[in-house]
Ligand binder design. Structure first.
Ligand SMILES: [Zn+2]
Length: 71
């Protein structure tokens, strides 16, 4: 475990994730999220079981749409 100086709140919030059902553990487990792919229109994130490390799901984060210029 590494400690970094500074307020840990923002990092802690990023680290926190909801629990998802893990097929290998056969129960709901807390998951961590990692960036899997960067797509042209967003990012694909993968949820990994924090207990066994297997992938339990993905989430696609849509990219911010470009601002519409009104003429
Ligand atoms: Zn698991």
């Amino acid at each position: 475990m590494r400690r970094r100086p500074g307020p840990p709140t923002s990092e802690f919030e990023q680290f926190q994730a909801s629990a998802l059902f893990c097929g290998r553990c056969q129960t709901a487990r807390p998951v961590r999220e990692r960036l899997l792919l960067v797509l042209p229109d967003g990012e694909l994130h993968e949820y990994l079981c924090t207990v066994c490390g297997s992938s339990v799901g993905t989430r696609k984060a849509e990219a911010e749409p470009p601002p519409v210029l009104l003429s």
